[in-house]
Design a protein around this ligand. Structure first.
Ligand code: OOG
Ligand code: NI
Length: 467
């Protein structure tokens, strides 16, 4: 390929962020709050010494302040397959399968993101992408949704042309790259004119607010864009201090010494003016609530075993919460209590294989390598305990569907007419991959590969036969 995918991704992410800032000014305010919080957190960690949790190196300088994720919601196989082609040009590939029926939504999803450590380090922009599951709608709404989706085209003709050029020639000129970005933005732009009538919108919304959000508009507007922070508790506090309409609690695992997976919070969606078509061809003014701002703090990537333990503990929290008839404000305390069971030191997470790590040769290791240690038979444990290697945790680059569910619900309400249909649904990875036109990568496999590659790098540096 003759263009730089990392560069395209960084440019697109920046352009999208500028567009969203002008569409949703509160998002710009949120970024200011995140920068304020991060600066304060870094300063505190420097003045208070190493006992503080925050390490300013937690976020690579190249990722700091540019890191974001977005979310879009699609309606058809054609839309999903075309989005896949569009993101591929920017080095973003489908990773993971998320069954959102678990949270009561008639949708499933993947995340388009860079897959290698090198490209993640360059720019980790990712987009959580859901698609509607028609079979989980009632018949009445399904016909309406299908009709509206058939009539729209969320991609500009020029974008389609550029995709063909990129794929068939493997080359785009600098001008074409720029056009690609400006045309790509159109797919995510907000439109205040709906493609359906107010009556149709109301019927879709009565079945589930997300169906109305997916189906009623001429584009697949970006519904939030999320900066990463190194101290989400501080951001939450600052949002309250600044009078922003922050959600009550932070989703995901509790605050810990060793942060794991992902913690998220958001400000609530805005009510926005929308003009709906009426039968006579003129427009009726009403409103829609969908777009919001979110912030995330990323922790360590867990292995399958680690994730299983996380899920088990979370299940127990939820069962206990209901059984004991607790109130919303008791939830965080309960979460903290139950999570005491999850080891919270780097060495335990490593030794119990609960998280993924990358390995590095230490300065001592470098010295020994120069003297030559190729004959040595050393296990990983030997190398670590002799100070020849050390490790640092890999960042979790993916999503948590149940946290997403909490955020959806706090933004759009959780009423659904087809609840039973959705709740009893099975995941449908095959159906999703058919829509996508390819397989999704397994996230655990990618982390394991990164861990293995780092070990292989160390082996070569130390000139060992095996580790
Ligand atoms: C997607 C929500 C998922 C997250 O941060 O977990 C997500 C949506 O609202 O469409 O972005
Ligand atoms: Ni999100």
């Amino acid at each position: 390929m003759d263009w730089n995918q990392n560069d395209m991704r960084a440019r697109f992410c920046h352009a999208l962020s500028e567009m969203y800032k002008s569409e949703v000014p509160l998002y710009g305010d949120l970024i200011d709050v995140v920068w304020e919080a991060d600066a304060k957190a870094i300063q505190d960690s420097q003045t208070n010494g190493s006992s503080k949790i925050i390490n300013p190196d937690d976020v690579l300088p190249s990722r700091h302040r540019v890191e974001r994720h977005g979310a879009i919601r699609l309606g058809t196989a054609h839309e999903l397959a075309t989005i896949r082609r569009m993101f591929a040009v920017m080095g973003m590939h489908p990773v993971g399968y998320y069954d959102l029926s678990l949270a009561g939504f008639p949708m499933h999803a993947t995340a388009f993101r860079p897959k290698t450590q090198e490209s993640l380090d360059k720019n980790p922009f990712r987009v959580f992408t859901t698609v509607l599951r028609m079979e989980l709608l009632t018949e009445n709404t399904r016909a309406l949704a299908q009709k509206a989706l058939e009539q729209r085209n969320i991609f500009t003709p020029r974008l389609m042309g550029l995709l063909d050029i990129a794929e068939s020639q493997g080359y785009m000129t600098p001008e074409q790259c720029t056009e690609f970005i400006t045309n790509g933005l159109e797919t995510f732009r907000w439109h205040s004119k709906a493609t359906v009538t107010l009556d149709e919108y109301d019927r879709l919304k009565a079945e589930h607010p997300l169906i109305a959000d997916i189906v009623s508009f001429p584009s697949s507007h970006i519904n939030h864009l999320t900066p990463r922070t190194i101290d989400i508790d501080l951001v939450q506090q600052l949002m309250f201090d600044h009078g922003m309409p922050a959600k009550e609690r932070i989703e995901g695992p509790p605050k810990r010494t060793c942060p794991i997976l992902l913690r998220q919070t958001s400000f609530k969606a805005l009510e926005e003016t929308v003009y709906f078509r009426d039968i006579s061809g003129s427009y009726v003014k009403s409103s829609h609530t969908a777009r919001f701002g979110e912030v995330e703090q990323r922790g360590y990537a867990l292995t399958r075993e680690g994730r299983q333990l996380y899920d088990q503990i979370l299940d127990r929290v939820n069962v206990d919460f209901v059984k004991r008839g607790l109130k919303g404000s008791d939830y965080d305390k309960l979460l903290e209590d139950h999570f005491e069971e999850f080891p919270d030191s780097l060495s335990k997470l490593h030794d119990l294989k609960l998280a993924y790590f990358s390995y590095q040769v230490t300065p001592l290791g470098d010295q020994l390598a120069q003297q030559g240690m190729s004959e040595a038979e050393l296990s990983l444990q030997d190398l670590l305990s002799n100070g020849i290697l050390n490790y640092k945790p890999l960042t979790y680059e993916d999503f948590l569907p149940l946290s997403a569910g909490g955020i959806f619900n706090s933004n759009l309400g959780s009423v659904s007419q087809s609840k039973d249909l959705i709740r009893s649904a099975d995941p449908d990875l095959d159906g999703f991959q058919q829509f996508l036109g390819t397989c999704v990568a397994d996230e655990f496999h990618l982390y394991a590969e990164m861990q293995q590659e780092s070990l292989e790098g160390c082996r070569q540096k130390l000139q060992l036969g095996a580790i």
